[in-house]
Design a protein around this ligand. Structure first.
Ligand code: SAH
Ligand code: SF4
Length: 394
């Protein structure tokens, strides 16, 4: 049988091959993994079954070593180990907050660093992951926005954040033990560093891996992608990922939103709302989360609250009010608690859930918008970082 050509997908996987040129299997879609196995010499008729077996070892059992894959022949395991690796980002540091929040600083290829944050709650545990190193957008209240984009994360690096958290929490099932239904990482939010919809393909592929029922098996309703409003990618998010959507809304007039979320100059409030109106139908999901950061004297008046409910009329929505998390040199202050409650009350009376997000992990700078790798900041000048900005950004 002739070996088919390696597909374009496999050839173009953005990766730096480590010493010995082994390809990382983490983050590959099933079909990419199948192509890679065939390219190694696995007979085509066996390849699908091998993917199924390897997939379970990597994503159900958390195995990192081919030698542990005991349902594969010894020779085949050795061959796999020669060609492939099962690699995760390296943990540079792990900080534990008083409230149980864990912040991981992770090193990825090229010496870059990203952060992921695990937030335990009574009935669930949420892992907040990054999609880019830094961010090309420059929302004026966001710490990450002051760090220029260095590069997009690969699918492997996005999935890798979930694997690292499960390793650290000791969440992989024990072989032979009864199935444990309580999950530590029960939810994933793409709310860390970066704009996920500017790294669409890698984010989509990574979420497909995370949602796969034979592995990590998180349902699409336990994944929330947060976007600042990259309108052209919103319909694709619904149809190609199907996860829940959160949108960084933050203002009720274009004038203010232009300043807070500058992508608004490109896709304004009306254009954004039109795209959002279609989302629940396209993704068959219930409601959209509107994130609204409470900035003292900027966007927190009663009029803002009334305008907000008028704007989103007809969209099934929840409004998540986020008390501004301060960072050194930030040009804003957090709204007073009474103001936040008054705002929440107006939204609530209009019929929308309006939870106020309790800041978590503040003592370790792990809260929303505080993520920014200090080492990255110290080591690299803005010019150096800017020089590496991926050209594909809009
Ligand atoms: N880039 C995406 C996802 C990452 S930001 C986006 O903008 O949606 C995740 C959330 O944190 C967004 O709603 C963002 O607006 C919010 N955020 C950013 N900086 C913040 C800060 N300093 N205080 C509170 N929320 C912040
Ligand atoms: Fe980027 Fe989101 Fe921060 Fe805006 S809020 S700068 S889009 S990470």
């Amino acid at each position: 049988m002739t070996t088919p050509p390696i597909t374009q997908d496999v050839l173009t996987l953005p990766r730096k091959l480590p010493e010995g040129g082994r390809m990382n299997l983490v983050g590959l879609t099933r079909s990419q993994m199948q192509d890679a196995l065939i390219a190694m010499g696995t007979p085509e008729r066996q390849a699908k079954m091998r993917v199924g077996q390897i997939w379970q070892w990597i994503y159900h059992w958390g195995v990192q070593d081919f030698a542990a894959m005991t349902n594969l022949a010894k020779g085949y395991r050795l061959e796999l180990a020669q060609h492939f690796e099962i690699a995760r980002p390296e943990i540079v540091s792990r900080q534990l907050s008083e409230d149980g929040t864990r912040k991981y600083l992770l090193r990825i290829a090229g010496g870059h660093e990203v952060e992921a944050v695990y937030i335990p709650e009574e009935s669930r545990g949420t892992l907040c992951i990054s999609s880019q190193v830094g961010c090309t957008l420059t929302c004026s209240f966001c710490h990450t926005g002051t760090q220029k984009l260095v590069r997009n994360l690969t699918a492997a690096e996005i999935v890798g954040q979930v694997l690292v958290a499960r390793d650290d929490l000791g969440e992989w099932p024990e072989r032979g033990a009864p199935k444990n239904e309580t999950r530590l990482v029960s939810n994933v939010v793409l709310m860390g560093m970066g704009e996920p919809l500017y790294n669409f393909d890698n984010v989509r592929d990574a979420m497909k891996v995370v949602m796969d029922g034979e592995g990590l098996s998180l349902s699409r309703r336990r994944i929330t992608l947060s976007t600042s409003g990259v309108v052209p990618e919103i319909a694709r998010t619904a149809t190609e990922i199907g996860c829940l959507l959160a949108v960084s809304f933050h203002a009720t007039t274009d004038e203010v939103r232009d300043k807070l979320v500058p992508i608004n100059k490109r896709w304004n409030i009306k254009t954004l709302l039109d795209a959002l109106r279609e989302y629940p139908r396209l993704s068959n999901s219930e409601r959209i989360t509107f994130e609204y950061v409470m900035l003292k004297g900027v966007n927190d008046s009663d009029d803002d609250a009334r305008r907000l409910v008028k704007l989103i009329a007809g969209i099934p929505a929840k409004i998540n009010l986020i008390p501004f998390n301060e960072w050194p040199g930030a040009p804003y202050q957090r709204s007073d608690w009474a103001r936040i409650e008054a705002f929440a009350d107006i939204v609530h009376k209009a019929g929308y859930a309006s939870p106020i997000r309790t800041p978590r992990g503040e003592d370790i700078m792990a809260a929303c918008g505080q993520l920014k790798s200090a080492t990255e900041r110290g080591r690299r000048s803005r010019a150096e970082i800017a020089a590496e900005v991926a050209p594909a950004q809009a």
